[in-house]
Design a protein around this ligand. Structure first.
Ligand code: FAD
Ligand code: GLY
Length: 375
């Protein structure tokens, strides 16, 4: 059955879901309170790094991340084809650095389980490490090299997704204020302050860090919170290559094809405030120069911040809302929404079409936190 799906939110999750639904013959209508890609998705470093970002073990979150990484080559190709737009997608591999013997032990432990889950990673040191990353500080003893990881330039990728959606016939409405949703006679109706009314058969909520606003209306607890990420970029000079994504416990650096070196990112509890602070950027600078001494005297030319949608248990909420058969949620992707966008789009579309999916994905069911807590 062909559905008309109203998608709340034009970040990477909403746009990816809309694109996939439209590709499958449904009609998607994206409603966005700001501009598409104007929040977390446009602020992201664009790393597709399930191994470097999941350090604990192969839980359900890691499994979804890994599945999504495997989808990326064909997904980004499809976005390129349908949009006609260009964007960076680089299969760079990554290095997770160890400064001390204790760090190395941790990396060895991680490698053991990651090699059983699709990584061809290995520990590199000495000459080989210098060859892979010549500008890296001599104080770095070793690194875990993971060739499978890659990255996109997120702002361009989101623009391409938006262009692809439009070309396929997705209706996109931006800068809408005070959206209220209701189900009337088996139909979803969304009204904006301007008086505009949108109707469809289903509502797909992809409003990232703002999804909690619908808790009362949907009568389900949605513990999704904004965690600010402050991030900055340096101009790279010729002859100073940074070839891989470089991770450490305090952050990451990723060189982009446009000649910038992106360095992130803080994790601040600051509500919906996207201010960039001197302290936040100084902390990043201090760490950057420990890894790359050539950055010691440099100042980032660009600083920005975005709001990651964090959840209480660290897992996104993807699935039907209990007791609200016409409402589906896809939000709470925290640090990995760029990576998780194709897997989320496939899962949301499968749920809408009533298709089965792997049992581990039940861990993402939005009803798992129960009813809203009365305030
Ligand atoms: P958003 O992009 O925030 O989109 C939600 C949209 O919903 C917004 O545009 C908002 O305006 C809109 N909205 C809000 N309320 C409503 C409403 N009521 N109705 C309609 N629309 C509404 N992830 C990675 O995978 N790799 C990375 O390297 C990476 N780096 C990051 C670096 C930083 C500094 C930050 C902040 C995040 C990073 N992330 C990364 C995380 C990633 O950006 C997020 O997980 C992802 O962007 C979430 O996408 P989203 O579409 O759910 O949210
Ligand atoms: N995934 C990188 C970040 O969220 O900062």
């Amino acid at each position: 059955m062909k559905e008309t799906v109203i998608v709340l939110g034009g970040g990477i999750i909403g746009l990816s879901c809309a694109l996939e639904l439209q590709r499958r013959g449904h009609q998607a209508i994206v409603l966005e309170t700001g501009r598409c890609g104007g929040q977390a998705s446009g602020a992201a470093a664009g790393m597709l790094a399930p191994y470097s970002e999941n350090v604990e073990g192969p839980d359900e979150f890691f499994q979804l991340c890994r599945e999504s990484l495997a989808l990326y080559p064909s997904w980004q190709h499809a976005v390129r084809e349908v949009s006609g737009a260009s964007f960076e997608y680089t299969e760079s591999g990554s290095l997770y650095v160890a400064s001390h013997a204790a760090d190395l032990l941790v990396l060895e432990g991680r490698l053991l389980w990651q090699r059983e889950h699709g990584s061809s990673g290995r520990l590199v040191e000495g000459e080989e490490l210098r060859r892979l990353e010549p500008m890296l500080s001599p104080t770095i003893q070793a690194a875990l090299y993971t060739p499978e990881e890659s990255h996109v330039y997120a702002p361009d990728f989101v623009k391409a997704l938006e262009a692809g959606c439009r070309k396929l016939g997705v209706q996109i409405h931006e800068q809408l204020e005070q959206l209220t949703s209701s189900v009337i006679g088996g139909e979803v109706v969304v009204t904006a302050a301007s008086g505009a009314v949108f109707s469809g058969s289903l509502l797909l909520v992809c409003s990232g860090a703002w999804a909690q606003e619908l808790e009362e209306a949907l009568d389900v607890r949605l513990p999704i919170y904004p965690i600010r990420g402050q991030i900055c970029a340096y101009e790279m000079e010729p002859g100073e290559p940074v070839r891989h994504m470089v991770f450490g416990p305090q952050g990451y650096l990723v060189a982009k094809a446009n000649g910038t070196l992106v360095c992130g990112a803080s994790e601040d509890v600051a509500g919906f405030d996207t201010t960039v602070t001197e302290r936040g950027i100084e902390r990043l600078r201090k760490w950057n120069k420990q890894l790359f001494p050539h950055l010691a005297e440099r100042m980032p030319f660009h600083r920005w911040a975005g709001l990651r949608p964090a959840t209480q248990d660290g897992l996104p909420l993807i699935g039907r809302v209990p007791g609200r058969e016409r409402v589906i949620l896809a939000a709470g992707h925290y640090r990995n929404g760029i990576l998780l966008s194709p897997a989320t789009a496939m899962l949301a579309a499968d749920i809408i079409e009533g298709k089965g999916y792997a049992a581990f994905k039940q861990a993402f069911e939005p009803g798992r936190f129960g009813a809203p807590v009365l305030r």
